[in-house]
Design a protein around this ligand. Structure first.
Ligand code: PLP
Length: 363
């Protein structure tokens, strides 16, 4: 064994040594429909104005860690109830890991629970924080298996339950009454994190339930709305609970360029919301087109992506990649997703190119 091999064996955790890095395929030259990005940029006039704003940002200074102006804008424009604040993350990915770090007890194995298939970062963050992850399978229509979820809550007393609303990678909204029942069942031994990454498309939210449930955290991101590149997530909860998470947050985790860009974008939220509406209309059209294809089953979606089943997802995705269209093959992720594919809804041109390539792939 070489020095470096010994060093790694002696210092790096066994589970980290065995893990893979989060895989993001190279997408240059591809129509990129694998990551739920908004295909539209801000209009050019706005981008010029944004450029001037960014030029004024004090790059020589650390960010002011209270982020007061940006937080005020988020609370005012994005429906955070009066009396509630937010904390900010370098994407909601960072907030997920902050939640895990703050709840990973050192004297016992704490549990993160989530219905599965779910967003992969819940499991990864649990693992790297030293927590146990318990996944409870959804029903075949991707709804919550309530008896199984309630039994898992009773058995494992999870510190955290993640519920993505709508869920990624299935696209559906869980029944809100079911979710409320689960949040209640956690009681004062578990925190429910409702991850609303796709709220700009779903237009329904648990933000209004914060007063009702003191163990509720509502998490969102600007990524899917059209600002994936700036990396900004936010979450709200009862002030005393939020203050605990804020202790774990790295003090300058949101940089000044992100801060300036987000403040600017929120001043022009109507532009982004219109893009989201356009994408919702495109989703309806694309779902109808997909449903017409023989052998294809499309699942209901409240997000900016569609999940659908084909006879052979491995083969279909390989052919789509060959046609320079990147989608996500979900087939190996979970047995409920056998032969499923996830496609981001995009511009009319890209959606048409995807459909053409898919039709050829299914021939
Ligand atoms: C995309 C996604 C996120 C991550 O968002 P970022 O803010 O870009 O880190 C979180 N949760 C779900 C369910 C997502 O699909």
């Amino acid at each position: 064994m070489s020095f470096i091999d010994n060093l790694i064996t002696n210092t790096i955790r066994a589970d980290v040594r065995k893990a893979n890095s989060y895989n993001v395929p190279d997408s240059s030259g591809y129509i990129k429909l694998d990551s739920m990005e908004n295909p539209y940029q801000l209009p050019v006039e706005l981008r010029a104005e944004l450029g001037r704003r960014l030029a004024d940002a004090a790059l020589n200074r650390y960010p002011v860690p209270s982020y007061a102006a940006l937080k005020r804008a988020i609370c005012a424009k994005l429906g955070v109830p009066t009396g509630y604040d937010v904390i900010l993350g370098n994407g909601s990915d960072e907030l997920i890991s902050i939640v895990a770090m703050a709840t990973a007890h050192q004297d016992r194995r704490a549990v993160i629970l989530a219905p599965v298939p779910a967003f992969v970062m819940y499991q990864r963050s649990a693992q790297f924080a030293g927590m146990d992850f318990v996944g409870v399978a959804l029903k075949s229509d991707f709804s919550l298996d309530m008896p199984a979820m309630l039994a898992a809550i009773a058995e494992h007393k999870p510190a955290v339950l993640f519920l993505a609303y709508p869920n990624n990678p299935t696209g559906n909204l869980y029944d809100a009454a079911d979710m409320a029942e689960l949040i209640d069942a956690l009681g004062d031994t578990g925190i429910a994190v409702v991850d609303e990454a796709y709220e700009p498309f779903a237009r329904t939210s648990f933000m209004g339930h914060l007063e009702e449930f003191e163990n509720l955290v509502v998490m969102r991101t600007l990524s899917k709305l059209g600002l994936a590149g700036i990396r900004l997530g936010y979450m709200s909860a009862a002030p005393a609970l939020l203050a605990q998470f804020d202790k774990v947050r790295p003090p300058y985790n949101v940089n000044v360029l992100t801060q300036a860009a987000a403040e600017f974008a929120l001043e022009h939220l109507d532009v982004l919301n219109k893009q989201a509406e356009q994408l919702n209309a495109a989703r309806t059209e694309l779902a109808a087109e997909l449903a017409k294809l023989p052998g294809v089953e499309v699942y209901p979606s409240a997000a900016n992506f569609l999940t659908f089943k084909v006879p052979n997802s491995e083969d279909a995705c390989a052919k789509l990649t060959g046609a320079k269209v990147l989608v996500k093959n979900l087939g190996k992720m979970h047995e409920l997703l056998a032969n499923c594919v996830r496609v981001t809804v995009s511009t009319p041109e890209e959606n048409a190119a995807f459909l053409t390539a898919l039709k050829a792939a299914l021939k």
